[in-house]
Design a protein around this ligand. Structure first.
Ligand code: CO
Length: 253
């Protein structure tokens, strides 16, 4: 049912400043930018391999993103899953009594979209999209790899994601963490206790492959704060607009 993670949305105070990190330092190509009045944002989509990163700056102080920033500060805001036919799926979810923000899909920056209520998705604000299509994304030095989600009960959350979106487990290991596949990308559900009791989106992982050394050099040049590991770096949220960002050389360990 779900083809892939279409994008991850990041709430930022100022788009221009966020471009300094996501476009200029990480090198993600800007695909498009527009004011989406009914969401109260100026939004930008940047390429990240098969997926995209969406930066959201509030333009309406009463809008959802402005309230999110006031409450939580900058950081991961929502997860968007690409589906073949958003209207059919939303009608089905509505029929099943799933709590929706948009009971009828509308036009967003990425295509025809609808948001589900975080209460329906284990604390994560989930957007569904059927893209307008036609555009081929330019190459990006980084590809989206994984989103980490804190869940009070990861197994129940996984069951929920399976039931709503048809996401299935990558590997059954019987442990407290569960990995779900969404196209090439994955969602890693971890017990909220492991991430300071936090429920919802907690971290973003990207893979750099051949661009790894260049990306690390760019982080250095930009004065970003990050921890170096073997073939991986973890950027501190203070340098990445509130996002716990992990960049690895390889997709698989
Ligand atoms: Co979005």
């Amino acid at each position: 049912m779900v083809r892939r993670i279409h994008h991850v949305g990041i709430a930022v105070r100022r788009l221009e400043e966020a471009y300094g990190f996501y476009r200029d330092t990480l090198g993600l190509p800007l695909l498009r930018e527009a004011v989406v009045a009914d969401q109260g944002v100026r939004a930008a989509l940047l390429g990240a391999g098969e997926s995209e990163v969406e930066l959201l700056e509030p333009v309406d102080p009463a809008g959802g993103v402005a309230r999110f920033l006031a409450r939580r500060g900058e950081g991961l805001h929502h997860l968007c899953l690409e589906v073949a036919a958003v209207d059919t799926l939303v009608a089905d979810l509505r029929h099943r009594g799933v709590e929706l923000i948009d009971v009828v899909p509308r036009v967003g920056l990425a295509g025809r979209i609808a948001f589900l209520h975080p209460r329906a998705c284990a604390g994560v604000l989930v957007e569904l999209v059927t893209p307008a299509g036609g555009l081929t994304a330019p190459p990006s030095p980084l590809q989206l790899k994984r989103l980490v989600v804190g869940a009070r009960e990861p197994h129940r959350a996984a069951e929920r994601y399976r039931m709503l979106f048809g996401l299935s487990e990558v590997a059954m290991n019987g442990g407290p963490r569960i990995m779900l596949a969404a196209g090439q990308e994955t969602l890693l559900l971890v017990p909220a206790d492991e991430v300071g009791g936090f429920e919802g989106l907690v971290a973003l992982s990207m893979v750099a492959e051949d661009a790894f050394a260049g990306v690390v050099a760019a982080l250095d040049r930009a004065g970003a704060k990050f921890l170096r590991g073997a073939g991986e770096v973890t950027v501190e949220p203070a340098s990445s607009h509130g996002v716990h960002l992990h960049i690895s050389r390889h997709r698989f360990p």
